[in-house]
Ligand binder design. Structure first.
Ligand SMILES: [Zn+2]
Length: 483
């Protein structure tokens, strides 16, 4: 019942086929966590892999695939692999091709990697076959009409990209591959439609990170002096972590020369580094992309259940990358591009299952606006609220009109002001530490609350609160780059 990959030898390189193990079995029993095994065949350490999403993928598939690749880029930015996945929109210069195509029975996704004799992957193809069925049945493994469809392609992508990183499936305990604790590794198996039992996690797990960091091809970063102390390295890292892009030459020179103008004055350099760092959160480019995404989520869904924030880093990164696509503030027609990206984002969001489940078509214009307003803690004045209800009703309460209302609430000046400090603190975790505030080593949001209180006690002044400084000198941040 299991799919086993085959291999074939090419001249000077080998293509190794790896697929998702699909296992038809009963309910999972209790079992010890099994981390993935490895073949140590992965992308070159520190490389940027350009990926191309084939036009035959649906919009929903693309959304989920981008999530999976953004999550791997995030995970790699704190593990030793440091492999970045960057989208190629031209279709002319890519190493990693993702597309739909026919696969064998029981195989909803399949990674084919080409690598050199030293095991370094130089190209890969990831094929999806959403019509695949469980072996010996007519039951679809991925079913658009069943719960879980809005995350199953993320899980398949995390799994298959894991294969291209050098990970392999975990050992099968007691002969039953479904005897695997839920979510222990992205290399787990699918045991039911759309993985409704959540065997496969939506984020690269500690288990996966540990195995990658143990591979010979991904040794630890232990250079001294730490490269993050070097000015241009420091500035470039901020472009990658906050703006999701390589620096433009003008920007890189501007920020680097600001720090270098201090010469050997250590106190001056420290102040300039902190201010340079904060400038990325404060920049128009970030405020109009990352902070915009944060506010849209706040307006659409409110805070996450049991958490004081509206969005996870796994949700945040792929959305922000799409809103920022092709936008470099001050360059070319960036304003039109940004406007088009923002509209495309909200228009897409309102058609997704999560949004539609929360706001069925039967929701009246008044109930819709009131729900969004409640999500923001009531930032709308009565007049603003009434105007939105009137406009939405007049436009027929269509998805397009709802998207427009969502955007107007997200861009309300009171909301932007009210959420500024919480978002600033959250972005310390997202930008510098590349994790959620309650991810390990933090067990909860105590650290988040500590910094938010400190920021508030200092009137929102990050310098007096010493917040940015604390993050950029933290051991956790510095260990991303060296000793
Ligand atoms: Zn697999």
């Amino acid at each position: 019942m299991r799919f086993e990959g085959g291999c074939r030898v090419w001249a000077r390189r080998v293509a190794w086929l790896v697929g998702v193990l699909v296992v038809a079995c009963g309910a999972a029993g209790a079992a010890r966590a099994q981390c993935p095994s490895s073949d140590n065949i992965g992308w070159a350490r520190g490389s940027t892999v350009r990926f191309f999403l084939d036009p035959n993928l649906s919009a929903e598939q693309k959304r989920q695939i981008r999530w999976g690749l953004a999550e791997w880029t995030r995970a790699n930015s704190v593990n030793n692999a440091r492999v970045r996945f960057e989208e190629d929109f031209t279709g002319q210069n890519f190493q990693f091709h993702l597309h739909n195509g026919p696969l064998g029975a029981g195989t909803p996704a399949f990674a084919n990697k080409s690598f050199r004799s030293d095991g370094t992957v130089v190209a890969a193809t990831l094929t999806y076959d959403l019509n695949a069925t469980f072996p010996g049945t007519n039951t679809r493994i991925v079913d658009p009409n069943q719960p879980g469809f809005d995350t199953i392609i993320i899980k398949l992508t995390l799994h298959e990209v894991g294969h291209t990183m050098g990970l392999d499936h975990p050992p099968v305990p007691s002969g039953n591959a479904c005897n695997q604790p839920d979510g222990a590794t992205v290399m787990n198996y699918i045991c039911n439609v759309n993985d409704r039992s959540d065997n496969m996690p939506l984020a690269v797990a500690e288990c996966d990170r540990g195995v990658l960091n143990s591979l010979p091809r991904y040794p630890p970063f232990n250079q001294t002096p730490n490269p993050i102390d070097e000015t241009r390295f420091f500035v470039r890292q901020h472009y990658l972590d906050f703006l999701n892009r390589e620096p433009d030459a003008g920007g890189l020179n501007f920020w680097a020369s600001g720090i270098e103008s201090c010469g050997a004055n250590a106190r001056c350099r420290e102040v300039k580094r902190v201010d340079t760092s904060a400038a990325f959160f404060l920049s128009i480019e970030f405020q109009e992309t990352g902070y915009f995404v944060y506010r849209v989520y706040q307006a659409a869904f409110g805070d996450l259940a049991g958490r004081p924030v509206p969005i996870t880093i796994q949700e945040f990164l792929p959305e922000t990358q799409q809103v920022g696509r092709g936008v470099v503030v001050g360059v070319g027609n960036w304003q039109q591009q940004l406007e088009a990206n923002k509209n495309a984002f909200v228009q897409d969001l309102v058609t997704r299952r999560r949004f539609a489940a929360r706001y069925p078509a039967t929701t009246t214009a008044a109930a819709f606006v009131d729900a969004l307003n409640a999500n923001t803690g009531g930032v709308l004045s009565q007049a603003e609220r009434d105007a939105l209800v009137r406009d939405l009703a007049a436009a027929g309460n269509t998805p397009q009109a709802r998207a427009s209302v969502l955007r107007r609430v997200a861009e309300d000046a009171t909301l932007a002001q009210r959420e500024f400090s919480p978002a600033f603190v959250l972005m310390q975790y997202f930008g510098y530490l590349r994790r959620n505030p309650d991810d390990p080593p933090d067990p909860n949001f105590d650290g988040f609350h500590f910094w938010l209180n400190k920021l508030n006690q200092n009137g929102g002044d990050y310098r007096r609160a010493e917040m940015v400084k604390a993050f950029i000198v933290s051991i956790e941040y510095r260990r991303r780059f060296g000793q």
